[in-house]
Design a protein. Structure first.
Length: 144
């Protein structure tokens, strides 16, 4: 996260970064000394919406008031989606239905892709995909 601060009278001594997660309490994250510009490297500890606030301090000891609105806001999603699939245990047909349900509380689901593994082989993408959170794939054993 880049920042720029300015104090023409006594120059900037430091800039502090604060954050708030999902509207909760504010936490101090880091401070950069002796620079009016720079970059904070923030690592999100969990999923959620993060609000960021910077506060500059000059060499005279004056602190900028924390802003009423965040300097920046972003959403972090570091948790993979949950997926549940089901299909018949056995079939004598050349195809079978594979139903699925996927959820992701933070950012939603972009795409669902069906993969298959035969016996001791590796996982192979079947070419079946969907943008829906729930649905059904008709898997063809001869084409898959």
């Amino acid at each position: 996260m880049n920042f720029t601060a300015d104090d023409p009278q006594s120059r900037v001594r430091s800039v502090d970064l604060y954050y708030r997660l999902n509207g909760g309490p504010m936490f101090h994250y880091d401070v950069i000394h002796y620079s009016a510009q720079g970059t904070f490297h923030f690592v999100a500890p969990q999923d959620g919406t993060y609000e960021f606030y910077t506060q500059a301090t000059d060499w005279a000891g004056n602190k900028e008031e924390l802003p009423a609105v965040p300097d920046a806001t972003c959403k972090s999603d570091i948790t993979p989606p949950d997926a549940v699939t089901s299909c018949p245990e056995a079939t004598n047909e050349r195809s079978m239905s594979v139903t699925y349900s996927v959820s992701d509380e933070t950012s939603g689901v972009k795409e669902v892709t069906l993969w298959v593994k035969f016996k001791t082989g590796g996982w192979v993408a079947t070419g079946y995909s969907s943008q829906y959170r729930e649905g059904e794939f008709k898997f063809d054993f001869l084409q898959g």
